[in-house]
Design a protein around this ligand. Structure first.
Ligand SMILES: Cc1cc2nc3c(=O)[nH]c(=O)nc-3n(C[C@H](O)[C@H](O)[C@H](O)COP(=O)(O)O)c2cc1C
Length: 230
């Protein structure tokens, strides 16, 4: 399964069957965790055979059968949330490629002492549930490409493909509070420029969402076709 296939196949799954992750899958996930932590200077941790993190009554979204999850943590900084979104979604798509299902969780999890490590300057941004789903999930409603971006007949095909992948990105309560703008070529670097920004949200989590959406856009558009501007 390619990354764009994983983008298209992924839906949030909250109910899991009682099937432990095989050792080979755990090993591969651990390797990917180590890689994203190196790249992103993060401290994301994989927890397995631990049913309490998603046990008991939850505020919203009913989870069941979750016994594996990522604790998405890292050193406190202004861009921690966005980095967690970007690198956490790398893990989500890797899990999808390995035949697993996932669900981001900003609210509905329990921190279980002794199952993760945090240095003094680190904090947990959210959890990501992981395992073999009872189903593959269902497609949610999406905002139109034109609401999410300035895509038009005048913008390149790769830009449309990027926005289409961004449209499929998970966002907290499916809020999709982002806008991606094709800015054209400014003449200095030669590469077309693209910007991405959050829109106002009462719910929050827009920074984490933005990191997730950024990764999806890169996968759809092809990272060599453009450069990001602030
Ligand atoms: C940052 C973030 C936090 C989320 N928090 C929760 C949560 O606490 N509980 C929950 O059930 N789902 C949570 N979700 C999952 C979203 O509800 C889900 O991604 C969205 O409805 C879109 O559905 P999809 O992932 O199937 O495309 C969260 C998603 C994101 C990106």
């Amino acid at each position: 399964m390619t990354l764009i296939e994983a983008v298209k196949a992924r839906h949030s799954v909250r109910k899991y069957i009682d099937r432990p992750l095989p050792e080979a899958i755990i090993k591969e996930l651990e390797e990917t965790v180590a890689q994203v932590n190196r790249e992103g200077h993060l401290h994301i941790q994989l927890v397995t055979r631990e049913p309490r993190g998603f046990g008991g009554r939850m505020a919203y979204g009913t989870f069941s059968g979750v016994s594996s999850y990522f604790v998405a943590a890292g050193p406190k900084s202004g861009d921690l949330e966005e980095k967690i979104g970007y690198y956490g979604e790398k893990l989500v798509l890797k899990a999808q490629q390995l035949g697993l299902n996932t669900c981001w969780a900003g609210l509905t999890y329990n921190k279980i002492p002794g199952t993760y490590e945090l240095d003094d300057n680190e904090k947990i941004v959210c959890y990501i549930a992981l395992g073999y789903g009872q189903t593959q999930g269902t497609e949610r409603s999406h905002k139109k490409l034109e609401e999410l971006s300035n895509v038009s007949d005048a913008t390149p095909q790769w830009f449309r493909a990027g926005v289409e992948a961004a449209q499929l990105a998970p966002t907290a309560v499916n809020q999709q509070k982002f806008y991606i703008e094709y800015l054209g070529t400014d003449g200095t670097s030669g590469k077309p420029q693209v910007s991405i920004r959050s829109r106002f949200s009462m719910v929050g989590y827009t920074k984490t969402d933005l990191g997730i959406v950024r990764l999806h856009f890169e996968i759809g558009a092809g990272i060599d076709n453009f450069e990001w501007v602030k």
